[in-house]
Design a protein around this ligand. Sequence first.
Ligand SMILES: Cc1ncc(COP(=O)(O)O)c(C=O)c1O
Length: 404
Amino acid sequence: MTKIKKNIPLIDQHNKRGFYLNKFGGNFVAETAIKPIEDLSNLFEKLRRNKKFLRKRDKYFKYYLGGETPFFKLENLTKHLGGAQIWCKDVSAINGDAHKAYHATVNALICKESGKKSLAGDTGAGMFGKNLAMAAKEMKIKCKIFMGTKDISRQALNVKFMKKAGAEVVPVDTGSRTLVDAVSECMRYYVSNCQTTHLAVGSAIGANVFLKICAWSTSQISRELKSQIIKEFGKIPKLHLLNVIGGGSSAIGFWNEFINYSKNHVKLTGVEAKYAAPLTTNAKIAILHGAAQYCLQDKNGQIADTHSISAGLDYPGVSPLHCMLKDTKRAKYTSCSDEGALNALKLIWKYENLRPSLEPAHAWAECIRIAPKLKKDEVIIVNNCGSGSKDAKIIKNKIGYYPK
Ligand SMILES: Cc1ncc(COP(=O)(O)O)c(C=O)c1O
């Protein structure tokens, strides 16, 4: 079996044509975008090694996004479930309410460096859209956000925020009217405007450079977490790192610094939404949004419809990086239903003062399922990657209440 190479960063483990394990990813892009994407690739490779740019990024992460996000033990939930200790990396505490703040900010910084005057991005749950709109406003860049009309209506709070920040929200009324269509429309727009516009892709998906920019940015989460764990435990104990998987940007960011530990030492578990679960259902490889990946398809090979109560998970494909982690067996993937996610929220609310969004609720459900089966010296950490306020209305409609 092919293995992850220990001495090469995860995002760099592709061949010359951008393929991971020679089969996932690549650059399936329109002719007109080839040169601008090549230029962006060269710029990104320069910037990620440039001390001045790194200082600027770190300054934005600290003073604009609010610095290190909290890491703490959920004493009550641990006691209630018995078994493993349950800890939370509360990324939802960031200024911007979700991990999307990292790659939105980095994309805006790269846009500035490229000399381009506008940004175009896709969004499903509205978290990337809202953070991109914020970063664009902060750096005085024009911003267009593509969003499916179904998501515009179910994530209205974030849409309001994007507009208030001065972004143009472009409604996408094709197909399932969700994230998959928003990404397609945004990429189409980019192909016709790539001389003037920087494309900011909302997850670790897309042609090679886009997924690299995203995963490189969210990796801030695991850099912080690793030092927080060592401060707390004096070492890296036996860990279970649980993360929800939509496109896969939060999970890659949460796991990046832990990939080289053995899987008996640090277990990585990704949780997909039950009806948007290419990794859990052994989906075949297809090309979607510029890259080859496991992707839900119908019997004719057309991209299949998905369903999730959570707009951020309603996506038929998944990052080529996760396809690689699955095939090398470095990470394990499972899935959770809408009902499972809602039940997890009820239990979290009962025992803890946390308000996760519907996306991380899927990871919390897996935590609640496995914690009682594990030993007390084992540590589960859940990436609480989004804040629930955007979902209050959906949740209230489903279960009748949402806590204050
Ligand atoms: C809060 C939150 N978590 C998770 C996701 C899923 O995306 P990804 O797997 O790229 O982190 C989203 C997507 O919008 C989100 O908003």
